[in-house]
Design a protein around this ligand. Structure first.
Ligand SMILES: NC(=O)N[C@@H](CC(=O)O)C(=O)O
Ligand SMILES: [Zn+2]
Ligand SMILES: [Zn+2]
Length: 428
């Protein structure tokens, strides 16, 4: 089985080249004659990138298959240019044991559109009371590499310290949803002028920053790796810079929505804009963009969070937090980072593929586009634009905050181990 990508520009650099893929591996780069039976993808000078890796996806299976399944979420991922995603553990039942994580892994392989790596819960039932069996999940067939109670914070410092200590022995990483729960009781929106005007209880920046600071110190003293989920404040970026300077093994992600959107959106009263952590201020978003460009924040992760109409399209305080992200991530990064000159396409490859693959410890993703490397690839038309329509996205839920927006950057093909998983907006 062979595929020839004709006339693509790896990393958006240099003259177009042909890329020959045989048995899932790149076997030639340059001017290549197509073998007889090869499937040919005409790239027309488009940008070729390593397949994207999402460290933070909610696929809702098991438990809320009315909003997303491994099947529908894998389709959304492939269409968004992803070749690997990490599926968060806050399902029902919770992915806190080998049976559930093995189901998620196997189901992902059956669907075959993207490698679905289950995230294991840090604590039993996400209750924050006792550690889950991290070792059993790490050694299961799912080979869990990332653990997180995301949706909830591992707030107990003793439990977090133990989890970090265990993680070093297992060579896995703990990903923290940084939110001091005592500071966010009843919180609805970023604590500031806009929330105050609308009468919403505020979600203070310090609730995030205090946990990130605490966890960086715990990780430093335990010589453990820590990953910070969905960084949303300028202060968190400062804490991360400080911790990294001191040699802490900390990595961090930012979501596309925190790069682009702000709490100005509150004025619409539309709960499609409700998310945890909340949309912050313009100066926070600006700082997050520069922190990503400078490597203080390592990568982009979607926090793709599908919700049913009845849970989302309701009054603000009753609505669940979260927004779709898999099919819009590349475009939001193109808009906020590439158009602004903060990142070139090589930089995009770094923050959307290489760094997340490293953090998630995936050997075959985020690899260089070179002979002998696995063909996990994404082709992007950098000049094309499209208009977002929630109903047209592959997810079962439709809660996109970008409805009707015209965005730059179109994923035209995705290849997983040499096999086309998406092409021209359709799943293969
Ligand atoms: N981000 C969200 O607003 N919601 C996430 C949970 C989370 O990521 O904290 C969800 O599971 O819906
Ligand atoms: Zn979270
Ligand atoms: Zn999440």
């Amino acid at each position: 089985m062979s595929t020839l990508i004709k006339g693509a520009r790896p990393y958006g650099e240099g003259d177009p080249v042909d890329v020959l893929i045989e048995d899932g591996v790149i076997t030639a780069l340059g001017v290549v004659e197509a073998p007889e039976d090869a499937e040919v993808v005409e790239a027309g000078g488009q940008v070729l990138l390593p397949g994207f890796v999402d460290l933070h996806t909610h696929l809702r299976e098991p438990g809320r298959e009315d909003t997303e399944t491994i099947d529908s979420g894998s389709a959304a991922a492939a269409l968004g240019g992803y070749t690997a995603v990490f599926a968060m553990a806050n399902t029902d039942p919770v992915a806190d044991n080998a049976v559930i994580v093995e189901h998620v892994w196997r189901r992902g392989q059956e669907v075959g559109l993207v490698d679905v790596h289950p995230v294991g819960a840090v604590t039993v039932g996400l209750k924050g009371e006792k550690l889950a069996e991290l070792g059993t999940m790490a050694n299961s067939q799912a080979r869990v590499k990332v653990f997180s109670d995301d949706g909830l914070c591992v707030a107990d410092p003793l439990l977090m310290r133990r989890a970090l200590e265990y993680s070093t022995a297992l060579d896995v990483v703990i990903a923290q949803h940084a939110e001091e729960p005592r500071l966010t009781v009843g919180a609805q929106a970023h604590e500031g002028e806009r929330a105050a005007r609308l009468g919403y209880t505020g979600w203070p920046a310090a609730a995030e920053e205090s946990i990130v600071a605490r966890d960086c110190l715990l990780a430093l003293h335990a010589n453990a790796r820590l990953h910070v989920c969905h960084v949303s404040t300028s202060g968190t970026a400062d804490v991360l810079a400080w911790a990294k300077e001191r040699g802490t093994k900390v990595s961090a992600e930012v979501t596309p929505h925190h790069l682009l959107l702000t709490d100005e959106r509150l004025a619409t009263y539309d709960p499609v804009n409700k998310v945890n952590p909340p949309l912050r201020t313009e100066s926070d978003a600006e700082k997050l963009r520069t922190a990503l460009a400078e490597g203080v924040i390592d990568c982009v992760a979607t926090d793709h969070a599908p919700h049913a109409v009845q849970d989302k399209d309701t009054e603000w305080t009753a609505a669940r937090p979260g927004m779709l992200g898999l099919q819009t991530a590349l475009s939001i990064v193109a808009e906020t980072m590439v158009r602004t000159g903060l990142l070139d396409w090589r930089g995009v490859a770094h923050v959307m593929s290489e760094r997340p693959a490293e953090i998630g410890n995936l050997a075959d993703h985020g690899r260089p586009i070179a002979v002998g490397e696995p063909a996990n690839l994404t082709l992007v038309d950098p000049d094309a634009e499209w208009t977002v329509r929630g109903a047209e996205l592959a997810s079962i839920a439709a809660n996109t905050p970008y409805e009707g927006m015209r965005l730059p950057g179109v994923v035209t093909a995705t290849l997983l181990r040499g096999r086309l998983t998406a092409r021209d907006g359709k799943v293969c």
